[in-house]
Design a protein around this ligand. Sequence first.
Ligand code: TXA
Ligand code: MG
Length: 354
Amino acid sequence: MKTEFLKITGHAADDDAIIARAAEVIKQGGLVAIPTETVYGLAGSAFLNESAEKIFTAKGRPADNPLIVHIAKPEDADAIADTNELYYALAKRFMPGPLTIILPKKAIIPDTVTAGMPTVGIRCPSNPVAHKLIEVSGHPIAAPSANRSGIPSPTNAEHVRVDMDGRIDMILDGGDCEIGLESTVIKLDEDGTGCTILRPGAITADMLSTVCAKVTISRAVIEPSLADDIKPESPGMKYKHYAPKAEVILIDAAEETFIHYVERDSASIRRYGIFTNNESAGSFNGGMMLLLGPRGDAKEASRRLFTLLRRADEMELEKVYALLPPATGEYLAYYNRIVRAAGCRIIKLGNNYN
Ligand code: TXA
Ligand code: MG
């Protein structure tokens, strides 16, 4: 299959023409990779069984991992799922934006989309290209991240090209994704006032607390190695994820200890990289610096993480070293992804390491 590559120009008339062509592909049951504010998505009609099947094939995705359905405005959820008051309260505050809410699904959404689950994840993206495409196509859009299954999600159109060229109909290049990590996925608690975070993202627990009486973080978010053992509330959490070919060595230690460890462990390695904040980059004697941005800037580190994991492979690094971030606040989403990229292995070093 020949994949068409189209660049969003910023000129309204040209972009309208591009989006009209992409909407035609969606209506005909084809696949289009699209920019969203989180990561690039692999979009197909959520009404068409064949589109969902093509998405699973193009990604090499396990058939039991459901797809998120994207809508143009919160009310559009009513046609495809059972909404409630809490959904609308959350939608009012966070939609459009990087939040996915799991709701009981209606029959109009094929079982292939939800991998046989009785629920469907609903998201209303804020990216104008994604939004316009949903509106113009008139179909809700099933879209997982546009990467081949298992590797980091794409945050620019070139990442998508590497993974999907020849496998899908069209790629829309809308530049770099603003957030860089996938949406926060939540389910609503049965009491009608609380919610549970199944996958952390840019909408944090604190932000959700402004609407929900209680916010629970699923255990598998903080201890991803548990995801295999506990009931898979969100099937995607149990799969190997975000892993580059390079081995990711994740260190739980003070920064000085981390620097010391890297010095020693890398002595016999030819090609290695170090995830570091800008301020500490000068403290290492060798290795490729994979810059996360200013120290303590969780948003910037999140924006760069997937690009840097891909860069590690582009540079054919054997190992990359990274410091474990706090599993709290704005760092929780970054924490959750990098722990998975490291295969859930964390090396803990005390202050007396030398
Ligand atoms: O930011 C995002 O959410 C991106 C963009 C493209 O919108 N999409 C994305 O989709 O990350 P995907 O398929 O790569 O990840 C969806 C996650 C998976 O972990 C999946 O298991 C979970 O959401 N999920 C989807 N539907 C679900 C459901 N009905 N119940 C529980 N978990 C669900
Ligand atoms: Mg994904």
